[in-house]
Ligand binder design. Structure first.
Ligand code: IPM
Ligand code: MG
Length: 369
């Protein structure tokens, strides 16, 4: 018999959750996050229904399409989506007809998920797992808002010529509306935090960055005059992130800069394996995933860190289902696991490590106390 010490406070909820395990370690880590969501629904009296669908390499192998229509339909009809990872060497041939990553980009676009929230939060227990010195990273708490459905990722692309004269191009395009909506969201997020927003661009070189900077400045001046606002060039930002990460609160940037800077920032807390993300649009289901990739080198070995995905499920509870207490419970359980000294190999720094399933069980146990 399970004994619950903390009473359930929220109204019971029915939710239809889509799981997109994907490739590599995806299925292993999503399975652990599902266990966590199941224990939450049991403990708080909710009814979560899960259905699993294909995306990425596995979908290419099964039906030749990295994002089958059936998956899109299931996602559209859901309350929220939890994704593992896509891709792997098997599908890396540059001349292949399609790629697993196409599935991920397409689902973001299909669902209008223009805002990618990537919180960079430190766990005190892991301060020494970071490659950076404690005194540099202490106090870091950054929320990145990466624009996710525009910019160079979705610009016109193609190839011309052949042999020695072959060339390839991909254009970076941003419209006023695309910049306005992500900057607004970022400014609102800043108001709920330390009230500071930094916009990152490459306005000294790129035309779309100059538009970005102009529109962002106008939105901030007209709509958020009380939010402290500054702009930083992306190359300088790459440097500041490892030099003075504690100085930033909310950071808003375009699709590709956000992709690169958040991988860099993920090293501040010590492991890419710890970081969740949420992709949100205007209404409709949100998509939640760890920010790491499919880690094909360790896939199937049962050693992957499921905590990034488990923390992504906490973001799902908070942002899509508005279950704040449940989200907090998951985050506290993760914190407890770490303070009890449990580590997967990526954060063990040579010490004792436990596997993916044992880590999932440890979180589940702490949710049951
Ligand atoms: C990410 C990933 C993806 C991206 C890839 C897998 C398409 O790196 O979510 O950060 O570039 O957006
Ligand atoms: Mg990335």
């Amino acid at each position: 018999m399970i004994r619950f010490l903390t009473p359930a406070t929220s109204t019971p909820l029915k939710a239809n959750l889509v799981l997109l395990p994907g490739d590599g370690i995806g299925p292993e880590i999503v399975a652990q996050a599902q266990r966590v969501l199941e224990v939450i629904s049991e403990r708080y009296g909710h009814q979560f229904e899960f259905s699993s669908h294909m995306i990425g390499g596995i979908a290419i192998d099964t039906c030749g399409d990295p994002l089958p229509q059936e998956t899109i339909d299931a996602c559209r009809g859901s309350d929220a989506i939890l994704l593992g990872a896509v891709g792997g060497p098997k599908w890396d041939d540059p001349s292949a007809k399609t790629r697993p990553e196409v599935g991920l980009l397409k689902i973001r676009k299909e669902l209008g998920l223009f805002a990618n929230l990537r919180p960079i939060r430190l766990f005190d227990e892991l301060l020494d797992a970071s490659p950076l010195r404690r005194e540099i990273i202490e106090g870091t708490d950054i929320l990145f808002l990466r624009e996710l459905t525009g910019g160079i990722y979705f610009g016109e692309s193609g190839k011309t010529g052949s042999g020695d004269t072959e060339s390839a191009y991909q254009s970076m395009v941003y419209s006023v509306g695309e910049v306005e909506r992500i900057v607004r969201l970022a400014a609102k997020a800043a108001k709920g935090r330390d009230n500071r927003l930094t916009s990152v661009d490459k306005a000294n070189v790129l035309e779309p960055s100059r538009l970005w900077r102009r529109v962002a400045a106008r939105v901030m001046a007209e709509e958020f005059p009380d939010v402290e606002y500054d702009v930083v060039l992306v190359d300088a930002m790459a440097m500041h992130l490892i030099n003075r990460p504690g100085d930033f609160d909310v950071v808003v940037t375009g699709n590709m800069f956000g992709d690169i800077l958040t991988d860099e920032a993920s090293m501040l807390p010590g492991s890419l394996g710890m970081l969740p993300s949420a992709s949100l649009g205007n209404g409709g289901p949100g998509l939640y995933e760890p920010i790491h990739g499919s880690a094909p080198d360790i896939a199937g070995k049962g050693v992957a860190n499921p905590l990034g995905t488990i923390l992504a499920s906490a973001m799902l509870l908070r942002h899509s289902l508005e279950l704040e207490a449940e989200a907090d419970a998951v985050e506290v359980a993760v914190q407890r696991v770490l303070s009890d000294g449990l580590r997967t190999h990526d954060i063990a720094r040579g010490g004792d490590a436990i596997g993916t399933e044992a880590m999932g069980s440890s979180v589940v146990e702490r949710l049951r106390i």
